[in-house]
Design a protein around this ligand. Structure first.
Ligand code: TRP
Length: 332
């Protein structure tokens, strides 16, 4: 039996990069996996506290991510689906891990280093300006999320690999000192594909180049119209290579549709027409999940109910792990 676990930090409206790169592959994983394997997918809401300062926003983002998972097909009967803050054992394990982690390891974490570098670049005297201890400790909390469930495999994107490595080394350190008590997890990069954003860089909230998933049709159309193109005229043959419209189209269309589109490029489809085709394709794929999403956002008690049930199942596992760790670490 293998345990798979992954989480998403609710800080922004989910976009198609999140869907194609993380959420959909994780859901497919749970659908195609062996029946004895265990899947835990959760909303890393307390991680969002490092940056979200408004309780209304906080709550809204939690529901948005939860509704997105469910709208895209997560089956709560197959996956233990919960939010991090409902599992208080996480925060207790995080403290035990923190006390066994060299501060220098955290200083080498990419996210913290990037924040320090940003202060340097901005000419700030205090290099820790604006950096809270939560951000500094982010990898410890993430390790607790993972280690609490005896997780074997963590499907994540490239940007999270270092965090999983840190979780592994925290488990190793505990195991070396106290005897084998924690499972040492591996990251899995097998899921996820690279999704370019509106400007050609990786689609990311921080670049402001995203196509949001569940906005009304009109808004989706408007966003797709913003995709950058070259200045080739209608009827001029166009390259598919390097065309963002084509790259995004490929993520949604079947192989035969992609072939068809290639032909149209050669025949000189106008960028305007290509955008209409892309919109229609994306819209067709998203319209059913969008309805489900809107239903869930209007009936949040349904989401609450799933998360509550998931938390009960998750806490059962978490409690057992924490007892085992406490026994070794404190003797109690
Ligand atoms: N850090 C992840 C992100 O920003 C979210 C996360 C928190 C996570 N805990 C996790 C991912 C545990 C995988 C496993 O998206």
């Amino acid at each position: 039996m293998k345990t798979y676990l992954t989480g998403i930090k609710p800080t922004h409206l989910p976009h198609i990069g999140n869907m194609l790169g993380a959420i959909k592959p994780a859901i497919d994983f749970s659908k195609n996996g062996k029946s004895e394997d265990r899947y835990l997918y959760f909303i890393a809401d307390y991680h969002a506290l490092t940056s979200v300062r408004d309780s209304e926003d906080f709550k809204e983002h939690v529901y948005e991510i939860a509704a997105t998972w469910l709208a895209l097909g997560l089956d709560p009967a197959k996956v233990i689906f919960y939010k991090q803050s409902d599992i208080p054992e996480t925060f207790e394990l995080a403290w035990i891990l923190a006390c066994n982690t060299p501060k220098g390891d955290l200083e080498r974490a990419h996210a913290y280093k990037a924040a320090v570098q940003a202060n340097k670049d901005a000419g700030k005297k205090d290099l820790n300006h604006g950096i809270n201890a939560g951000l500094f400790n982010y990898p410890v909390l993430m390790a607790a999320d993972i280690l609490l469930f005896d997780c074997d495999i963590v499907p994540v994107g490239k940007d999270q690999v270092q965090h999983v490595e840190m979780a592994r080394s925290m488990a190793q350190r505990i195991n070396q000192h106290y005897g084998d008590v924690l499972v040492e997890p591996q990251e899995s990069l097998s899921v996820g594909q690279y999704i370019p954003g509106l400007d050609g860089r990786k689609m990311s909230k921080s670049y402001g180049n995203t196509i949001p998933l569940f906005v009304p049709e009109k808004k989706l159309k408007k966003t797709i119209n913003k995709i950058t193109t070259d200045s080739k005229e209608p009827n001029e043959p166009k390259e598919t290579k390097g065309s963002l419209i084509f790259d995004i189209y490929q993520c949604f269309a079947s192989p035969s549709e992609v072939q068809e589109m290639k032909k149209k490029y050669l025949e000189g489809i106008s960028w305007g027409e290509a955008k209409v085709e892309l919109f229609e394709k994306v819209n067709a794929v998203l319209s059913e999940p969008r309805e489900k999403y809107e239903y869930l956002m209007a009936n949040r008690e349904v989401i609450d109910c799933h998360l509550k049930e998931g938390a009960v199942k998750a806490r059962k596992i978490a409690g057992e792990t924490l007892d085992r760790v406490k026994q070794r670490v404190t003797g109690f």
